[in-house]
Design a protein. Structure first.
Length: 133
């Protein structure tokens, strides 16, 4: 299962606060039923480009990984939660909304379940949909 969140926030300060973002990556996995297996990796990027700089972060979880990228000047953040097991996407979205103070979001859930014993499919209709707000 792959949850994609694109969000806009009112408080740009959150998007450039490395301490907050690192803490978020430390706690978010357990709040959505995942197990963190690495420390968070958080890096600032693009300071030379005033319009396109931000912070990126990544954490390994037993189920796969969680990552984010902030774009401070646009008040924008995108988040990916990829898991080899199902999880409560509604809870994950609400946890993000509450902690980041998202004022506008678009989410997408991609079901990546594939059983090896099924007939192979070369192409098929996508099994995902965007949910805008």
């Amino acid at each position: 299962m792959h949850l994609i969140i694109d969000g806009y926030v009112d408080d740009r300060g959150i998007l450039k606060d490395e301490k907050f973002l690192r803490g978020w990556l430390e706690g978010y996995p357990s709040r959505i039923g995942m197990q963190r297996i690495s420390p968070p990796f958080v890096f600032e990027y693009g300071k030379h480009n005033v319009d396109d700089w931000g912070i990126s972060g990544f954490v390994f979880i037993a189920e796969s990984h969680i990552s984010f990228h902030t774009f401070v000047e646009q008040s924008y953040v995108n988040i990916d939660v990829f898991s080899c097991k199902d999880f409560d996407t509604d809870k994950a979205i609400e946890e993000f909304r509450a902690e980041f103070g998202a004022v506008r979001m678009r989410t997408c859930v991609i079901d990546r379940d594939w059983q090896a014993e099924r007939e192979p499919v070369v192409s098929a209709a996508p099994s995902f949909a965007y949910h805008g707000e």
